[in-house]
Design a protein around this ligand. Structure first.
Ligand code: CP
Length: 334
């Protein structure tokens, strides 16, 4: 499998075999990291990390993975870069492509990361756009594969706002990998119809399925993996909370939902999560609307079924696999 020179913008661009290959490379890199085997095969290379939105996991994962691979990193934060303000996307991409061997972009529209990729001349990696979050998906797949030993046939239910990057990307990745995806939410929060159709067509070939329902009993029953995400995405106005709480509270992941799922079901969340009042927003919203927890209860978040921290760790191993393979690095078998 040769992915050298490829961009990593969305998983619709990758075959199931390529996705599985990236997950398996990540598993190997994880094992090497645990054993202390160095993989600094990309020494002398440098990458640019453009973050137009905030991040903990994605930024740290790219930086640690790059350092482990022997690469230097330059972080461009939401205010320090000229991108899109004083310099066009195309010009920025051409400048960075002359200095760096790879570019990560986290920000707004998918069209922006696609435009960077068009002009950069080096691999570009999507660290999250409004539409897709592909590096998160590889971490989720690795976590699921580690736990269940397989991907094909896994029943994954996503509760909450299914219209943005996480819901979209889970639907795509389930379709690609022969998994059964259910979006369980208020109809207003169903994913884009055209993307649903595309994913149903893919799933028809892989043995997976795509299902949408407003009924929690139907959506959660028998699920192997129960997923959710925050109810207000980055960049949305704070005034939206009242409407979101009204619409999405019935889709909170709580003990009742987990009891509907399969006996061996796990809980996943890309994080950050509002599962208590120990965050500024969680406290403010929770107190204003009288809710102790938002998209997931603390009980579920802290339960033995919760894989959220394994999932967070796997961001680093999977991002390392993406950079290693697309930059053409070769790691010896141990
Ligand atoms: N899951 C995720 O993308 O986390 P960050 O926003 O912290 O990068």
């Amino acid at each position: 499998m040769d992915l050298k020179g490829r961009h990593f913008l969305k998983l619709l661009d990758y075959t199931p075999e390529e996705i599985l290959y990236l997950v398996d490379v990540a598993a190997d890199l994880k094992e090497k990291k645990k054993k202390g085997v160095p993989v600094d095969v990309l020494r002398g290379k440098n990458i640019a990390l453009i973050f137009e939105k905030t991040s903990t996991r994605t930024r740290c994962a790219f930086e640690v993975a790059a350092h482990d691979l022997g690469m230097g990193t330059t972080y461009l934060d939401p205010v320090a870069s000229q991108i899109g303000k004083k310099e066009s996307i195309a010009d920025t991409a051409r400048v960075l492509g002359r200095m760096f061997e790879g570019i990560e972009y986290r920000g707004f529209g998918q069209d922006i990361v696609e435009e960077i990729a068009k002009y950069a001349g080096v691999p570009v990696w999507n660290g999250l756009t409004n539409e897709f979050h592909p590096t998160q998906m590889l971490a989720d797949l690795l976590t699921i594969k580690e736990h269940f030993g397989r991907l094909s046939g896994i029943r994954l239910t996503y509760l909450g706002d299914a219209r943005y990057n996480t819901g979209n990307s889970l639907m795509v990745v389930c379709a690609k990998m022969g998994m059964h995806f259910t979006a369980c939410t208020n109809r207003k929060y169903y994913p884009d119809e055209a993307l649903v159709k595309t994913c149903q067509e893919i799933a028809a070939k892989t043995g997976g399925s795509i299902h949408l329902t407003e009924d929690v009993n139907e959506g959660a029953s028998g699920a192997d993996v129960v997923c959710t995400d925050v109810w207000v995405s980055m960049g949305e106005p704070a005034e939206i909370w009242e409407e979101r709480l009204r619409d999405l509270s019935p889709y909170q992941v709580n003990a009742k939902v987990m009891a509907l799922a399969d006996k061996g079901a796990v809980f996943m969340h890309c994080l950050p999560a509002f599962h208590d009042h120990n965050t500024g927003i969680g406290k403010e919203i929770g107190e204003r609307y009288g809710m102790a927890e938002l998209e997931v209860t603390d009980e579920v978040f802290e339960s033995a079924q919760s894989l959220v921290f394994e999932e967070a760790e796997n961001r680093m191993h999977t991002i390392k696999a993406v950079m290693l393979t697309t930059l053409g690095g070769v790691v010896e078998d141990t």
